[in-house]
Design a protein. Structure first.
Length: 260
C-alpha cells in the first residue's frame, strides 16, 4: 500500500513537470530535409548604403544544428554566446562549433551539425541536407550579413515535427538581427565593441532609431524580408534529391522609399 502511494505521488509529480517543446514528437523514424537558403538582399530591395565593393553585399556560409529544447544556439532578447559573437562579427565558426560539440557531449541535446556554402552576392541561394530525430526535432542556424558590424539572419529552434509526423515543407521569411556585441550603425562601420554586451535584438525599419542606421526606413511599417529559408522533407527513395531552384520576383521584396 505504501509503495502504491509513493508510485501515485511520483506520477502526479511527473505530470506537473514542464514539457519541452520537442517532447510531443511521436514520429517513429529519422527524417532528412533539404534546406534552401535564399538571399534577397538586393540594391532594389534595400537601396540605402547598399554595399557595392570592399566587400560587396554577400552572405557567409550557413552554420546550423538539429537539437532538442535543452540546447539553444541563439535567442532573441538574450545574450549571444562567444561563438555566436565570433560568427556574427567575423564569420569565424570554430568557437561556435566547439560550443555545439560540448552541448552535445554534456546533455546529449544535439543530434547533428550542418553547413551550406557562402553566397558571393546579396541575392542567390545555397543549400544542404540535414537530419532530425524524434528527440531532436528542432532546427537552428545562423548566416552572417557581409559586410556588417555583427548582423545576421537565422532561425531559433524551429520544430519540424507535428505530433506523430514530420512536416513536408516549411518556409520562413528572415529579417536582420543584431548580435549585441558591436555598436556599429552601418554595413561598413569599423569595429567598436559594445561594452557592456547587449542582448540579441531584431533590426527593424525604425530600430535602432537613428538616421545613420543602414536599415533605417522611417516611412515603412516593416522591412521586407532580407532572406528566406525553405526546408523540404526528402523521400526515402530519393536520398540524393537535388534542391529545387526557387526563382522569386524582385518586386515582392522592393522598398519604395524616398530616403534612397
Amino acid at each position: 500500500k505504501v509503495l502504491w502511494t509513493v508510485f501515485v505521488t511520483m506520477l502526479g509529480y511527473a505530470s506537473s513537470l514542464p514539457v519541452g517543446e520537442d517532447a510531443l514528437c511521436t514520429a517513429e523514424d529519422l527524417a532528412k530535409y533539404r534546406i534552401i537558403f535564399i538571399g534577397k538582399w538586393s540594391q532594389t530591395a534595400f537601396p540605402k548604403q547598399y554595399p557595392l565593393y570592399r566587400p560587396p553585399a554577400q552572405w557567409s556560409s550557413l552554420l546550423g544544428v538539429t537539437h532538442s529544447s535543452d540546447y539553444s544556439m541563439w535567442k532573441k532578447n538574450e545574450y549571444a554566446s562567444n561563438g555566436v559573437r565570433d560568427f556574427a562579427e567575423k564569420g569565424e565558426a570554430w568557437a561556435l562549433m566547439k560550443e555545439i560539440e560540448e552541448a552535445g557531449e554534456k546533455i546529449q541535446s544535439v543530434h547533428g551539425i550542418f553547413s551550406a556554402p557562402a553566397i558571393s552576392s546579396g541575392t542567390g541561394q545555397t543549400s544542404t541536407e540535414l537530419e532530425v530525430h524524434p528527440r531532436h526535432p528542432l532546427v537552428s542556424f545562423v548566416v552572417r550579413i557581409v559586410p556588417s558590424p555583427d548582423w545576421f539572419v537565422g532561425i531559433d529552434s524551429l520544430n519540424l515535427c507535428e505530433g506523430g509526423h514530420w512536416m513536408d515543407e516549411v518556409s520562413v521569411d528572415l529579417f536582420p538581427y543584431d548580435a549585441g556585441t558591436d555598436s556599429g550603425f552601418t554595413f561598413s562601420s569599423p569595429n567598436f565593441a559594445t561594452i557592456p554586451q547587449d542582448t540579441v535584438t531584431e533590426i527593424t525599419c525604425s530600430s535602432p532609431s537613428h538616421p545613420a542606421n543602414s536599415f533605417y526606413y522611417p516611412k515603412l511599417k516593416i522591412l521586407p524580408p532580407i532572406a528566406q529559408v525553405t526546408m523540404v522533407k526528402l523521400k526515402r527513395s530519393q536520398p540524393g534529391l537535388s534542391a529545387p531552384f526557387i526563382n522569386l520576383p524582385a518586386k515582392s521584396n522592393e522598398i519604395i522609399d524616398t530616403v534612397s
